[in-house]
Design a protein around this ligand. Sequence first.
Ligand code: ATP
Length: 274
Amino acid sequence: MIHAKHLTLSLQDGQQSLTVLQDIHIHIEKGEWVALTGANGSGKSSLVRTFNGLLVPSGGSLTAAGLDLRSATNRSAVKQSIQLVFQSPEAQTIGSTPEEDVAFGLENRGIPRDDMKARTLRALRRTGLGHKAAVPVSDLSGGERQRLAIACCLALEAEMIIFDEATSMLDPVSRKEIFAFSRELWRRGVTVLWVTQRMEELAAGERVAVMDQGRLVYDGDPRTLFYRSGLPAALRWEDPPVIGIGRMMQDNGWPAELLPLTEQELEEALCRYS
Ligand SMILES: Nc1ncnc2c1ncn2[C@@H]1O[C@H](COP(=O)(O)OP(=O)(O)OP(=O)(O)O)[C@@H](O)[C@H]1O
């Protein structure tokens, strides 16, 4: 789905050219769920914006959904397959009602009217907004607005959805709901790139990529990241509670395969040894 080699990106900051991404290699296969993390300013948003053609790499190679993104035509075409859900719910709604908002994207693609209506309502129902199709968008909660952004992606039949810190402005309940929804979409075949600063979300997935100062400094499984890489300490991350307990278990000689990433794994490990 995404193949980047020696990817670099420079952006103009006033008179200065700023190197934002340096020599990035990353491959994301169709059907994967990958979490991307890193401190503020490490380059996460810039990286994911290159993946759907919003930013133009300065060097290296980048293909996304089979398209070489050095071509402007392909950068425009890739948006058909790869969609972004942004942090701010306000920044991504155009229509005055959810139905209008979802239909807008389909209209732009020249989808016939009957088909458009059916696809719009199906996408709104899948995201739990079927009953709110005609309410003013301004009456939706933050969580509902993010679900609306996801409905737009689903109606467009996106093969990959990139969530760029899409839950950082939501309350804990809505945050968990959107996270769970991303996992469900993945189980149904959508490729997901989940950008986050939340350690427990890294621990809940299969693969984590870590950015630091414009470079990709880790790409692998979360257990190795948390218990063997030394990166969390080097980057001064704050351990989530389960990992904190896991570190104590590690210091006390527990076998590596029992070091927990989730509450469920912790419970299972404790049950085995109690
Ligand atoms: N349009 C731009 N012009 C110039 N510099 C930019 C631009 N956008 C981002 N940058 C710079 O690029 C670097 C990486 O920013 P980016 O937003 O990609 O990081 P991030 O990891 O997503 O950060 P955050 O978690 O705060 O969103 C930062 O130094 C930022 O100031």
